[in-house]
Design a protein around this ligand. Structure first.
Ligand SMILES: Cc1cc2nc3c(=O)[nH]c(=O)nc-3n(C[C@H](O)[C@H](O)[C@H](O)COP(=O)(O)O)c2cc1C
Length: 152
């Protein structure tokens, strides 16, 4: 059966959105059915229903944007039923600096990997110093990596 990957993101000025689109492109190349959603449109049912979940946020004060944290906090109901445990996942951020981006990615890895029990492919960081081509390639490779995990 076709595997379904949900990519959820928030963006303020478009960088994280572009990452989501490139990750989607990468995963689709391996035959995974991808749905890309803004976090404001993502429901808990969307999270519970997907085979894989990738979540992205801009780095705000070394953390995730509140719109993403809101979804994470709401996901406590899924946590109680261990409904995300064992799914495949990933996370990504767009940040001004690498160090702050790594902190943000760590928050996402903690929430989804450590707490929910999602098997996370280590997250990726785009910084404002990175070139568009480089970012696009990194994101597509990441999408492919997640797709391979989903299909294995
Ligand atoms: C409210 C706010 C807080 C930010 N905090 C940080 C930060 O702590 N560290 C950093 O390196 N960049 C920070 N930035 C820069 C953003 O992470 C960066 O511009 C990112 O690419 C935005 O992604 P977006 O285009 O998807 O919104 C901040 C930007 C905003 C608007």
């Amino acid at each position: 059966m076709t595997k379904r990957l949900l990519i959820v993101y928030y963006t303020g000025s478009g960088n994280t959105k572009r990452m989501a689109e490139e990750i989607s492109r990468g995963a689709e190349q391996l035959g995974v059915a991808v749905e890309v959603k803004r976090v404001e449109e993502c429901t808990l049912e969307d999270l519970a229903g997907a085979d894989g979940i990738v979540i992205g946020s801009p780095t705000y004060f070394s953390n995730v944007a509140w719109q993403v944290k809101k979804l994470i906090d709401e996901s406590i109901t899924l946590y109680r039923g261990r409904q995300l445990k064992g799914k495949i996942g990933g996370c990504f951020t767009s940040s001004g600096t690498r160090r702050d981006g790594e902190d943000c990615v760590r928050m996402l890895e903690l929430a989804f990997g450590f707490h929910h029990g999602v098997k996370i492919v280590p997250g990726i960081v785009r910084t404002s110093r990175d070139g568009e081509k480089e970012v696009s390639e990194m994101c597509q490779r990441y999408g492919m990596e997640i797709a391979k995990e989903l299909l294995s």
